[in-house]
Design a protein around this ligand. Structure first.
Ligand SMILES: *Cc1c(COP(=O)(O)O)cnc(C)c1O
Length: 365
């Protein structure tokens, strides 16, 4: 039996008719970009999260970039973020003309360490971009305290955390701006690229709406340099179907994580993830403390079991930034130790047992 890292087919099969109807409705309407379904999705996401504005864009990367610019961050500014994330995080900061500054992570949460943020603040610091990695909310309480004290904007990278909560509040609603990705493999994913910006700030929302359509509110009245970053109607219609089920899917992911933790309990060389309140387990990620991560990954592959390293190279170590930053040792350490296992809401417990058996065998060889 082959076990992939993610299987989207069970979800599609369970909701095939609703999806087909939603897509057919858009094809009949003849309106394919923005339009009524994007507006409705924006209203429904805003209501779900309890936030004033939601703005659909082309991708999570664009949501970060437009979110930064709408929050007033640009040339000469510094934005403190985590080195341990997908490159879109730092790339968005660089692409608006600002400089990413990497603060090391907490090894237990894999997320940015608030104490490390404090140490990186300079007169140029304008913002903080925490990432809720693997679906686990970053320490938003201390992060917002630091931001308030120093007058910084917080742009949350929520690409992996739709529906995750910190002390009861949804990720994306605690900072000044939240940026979501609907890339197909995310825990709320479309059937193509998509993203969303959320904010309670009327001016940020107005600017974001302008930036997604070439910097204009009405046609031929372009006020700033913007982008072509609109959400497609078909993606919005699909996401409106999926939004109704997200809580169930996130709950199922937590159960998968509990089951894996149970199956892996007592394996001495492995650190399993903490199941904190509000974690939605976009990824289920363990650590190998004995240097055998790559060997186990290869052994699993030989059995037809997929596993992934998110992320093998911290952002500051990528060729584009290499040599420009002081070391962040915890991030470097974890890049060599983490392994993400197959997870999706419908994964069967027999599959999880096979994965864990493979890991135990892999550790022996
Ligand atoms: C996926 C991802 C992004 C980028 O989202 P896209 O929709 O692929 O542009 C940004 N940050 C993180 C942490 C991600 O996982």
């Amino acid at each position: 039996m082959k076990i992939p890292i993610l299987d989207l087919k069970p979800q599609y099969r369970a909701h095939k008719e609703e999806m087909s109807e939603a897509i057919a409705r858009i094809l009949e309407s003849g309106q394919f970009i923005l339009g009524p379904d994007v507006k409705l999705l924006e209203e429904e996401v805003a209501a779900y999260l309890g936030v004033k504005h939601a703005i659909g864009v082309n991708s999570g990367t664009d949501a970060l970039m437009i979110g930064l610019r709408a929050a007033g961050i640009g040339e000469g500014d510094e934005v403190i973020t985590t080195p341990f994330s997908f490159f879109a995080t730092a790339e968005s900061i660089s692409n608006v003309g600002a400089k990413p500054i990497f603060a090391d992570i907490d090894p237990k949460s894999y997320n940015i360490d608030p104490e490390e943020i404090k140490a990186k603040i300079t007169p140029q610091t304008k913002g903080i971009m925490p990432v809720h990695l693997y679906g686990r909310p970053a320490e938003m309480g201390p992060i917002m305290d630091i931001a308030t004290e120093h007058g910084l904007k917080v742009i949350e990278d929520c690409a992996q955390s739709f529906g995750a909560r910190y002390r009861g509040k949804y990720t994306g609603t605690m900072g000044h701006v939240g940026a979501f990705s609907f890339f197909p493999s995310k825990n709320l994913g479309a059937y193509g690229d998509g993203g969303m910006i959320v904010t309670d700030d009327d001016r940020v929302a107005e600017m974001a709406r302008m930036l997604r359509v070439h910097g204009t509110k009405t046609r031929y009245n372009n006020r700033v340099l913007g982008y072509n970053s609109r959400l497609d109607s078909i993606q919005a219609a699909i996401l409106r179907v999926k939004l109704q089920y997200i809580d169930g899917w996130n709950g199922a992911r937590r159960k998968v994580a509990q089951n894996y933790n149970h199956l892996l309990a007592g394996v001495p060389e492995i650190i399993t993830p903490e199941i904190v309140e509000g974690h939605v387990f976009h990824q289920y990620t363990i650590r190998f403390t004995n240097g055998k991560r790559d060997r186990v990954k290869e052994y699993l592959a030989s059995l037809g079991i997929a596993s992934m390293v998110y992320y093998p190279v911290p952002q500051d170590q990528l060729p584009v930034y290499k040599g420009q930053y002081p070391p962040t040792p915890t991030s470097d350490l974890l890049a060599g130790e983490v392994l993400s296992l197959p997870i999706w809401p419908e994964i069967e417990s027999e599959m999880m047992a096979i994965v864990v058996q493979g890991i135990k065998e892999g550790l022996e060889c």
